[in-house]
Design a protein around this ligand. Structure first.
Ligand SMILES: *Cc1c(COP(=O)(O)O)cnc(C)c1O
Length: 227
């Protein structure tokens, strides 16, 4: 699957919206509960603009510099919402705050402290999702499940950070097996009073919706393969 051409984009978005709708119907859920984040990493700003013209407003990026460049090229689209979904190094936190992006990958106390410090010095709020490394995979970012309660309470204590929900990148190999991880995250979150969950990508978003996802992050199925 190559990069999607402008002419195909409307059909791709229509297909994905239809699949989100069908997955919700199947799970007896309201489709309005689901935020579709179009993951535009390694695709051009022009393609984002085309998707915006189709009514898409939420976009996900993984790399700070790429996000900064795209946001600059698209700054006339004032109601476009950026979601940062890559690992964030502390020394780049300032950029995410300046852009007003949602941070989906808060995963440590040291990052939280840096965000607090930066937000308070510029008097800016930041919407955050706490990323959980539920399977405790050594190579993956995300906080440990046992660190989650304290991290959540620290976010809630902060006057600058606004908790959106929990985010998960499960062990990917077999999409069907991810149902277990999705359900575990939802139960863990609910036990801590969290009701929103960012989980599900191209290969498994229907499974994630069945398990309670409220935010799906879809790249390949919308935009084609990445450069
Ligand atoms: C790239 C990426 C996605 C999108 O993945 P696709 O399989 O292309 O839909 C979603 N979430 C995160 C965190 C990603 O890095």
């Amino acid at each position: 699957m190559a990069v999607v051409q402008k002419e195909q984009l409307a059909q791709r978005f229509a297909e994905i919206r239809q699949r989100v709708y069908a997955a919700c119907k199947h799970a007896n859920r309201d489709p309005d509960e689901i935020c579709l984040v179009a993951v535009s990493k390694r695709h051009s700003a022009d393609l984002v603009r085309d998707a915006y013209a189709l009514g898409q407003r939420d976009f996900g990026e993984n790399y700070v510099q790429e996000l900064v460049d795209k946001a600059e090229q698209l700054k006339d689209l004032t109601d476009l919402r950026w979601h940062f979904i890559g690992h964030l190094q502390r020394n780049k936190a300032k950029k995410i705050i300046e852009l007003g992006a949602q941070l989906q990958t808060l995963d440590s106390f040291s990052l939280l402290q840096e965000l607090n410090r930066r937000c308070s010095s510029s008097a800016q709020k930041l919407q955050v999702w706490v990323q959980v490394n539920l399977a405790e995979e050594p190579q993956k970012s995300g906080c440990k499940p046992q660190e989650l309660p304290r991290l959540i309470s620290k976010v809630k204590e902060s006057q600058w950070l606004k908790l959106q929900g929990l985010m998960l990148i499960p062990p990917a190999e077999i999409p069907e097996n991810n149902a277990l991880w999705f359900e575990r995250l939802r139960k863990l979150g609910e036990s801590l009073g969290v009701t929103r969950f960012s989980m599900g990508m191209s290969a498994d978003f229907e499974i994630a919706i069945a398990a309670g996802s409220t935010c799906v992050r879809i790249g390949t199925d919308l935009f084609g393969t990445r450069a």
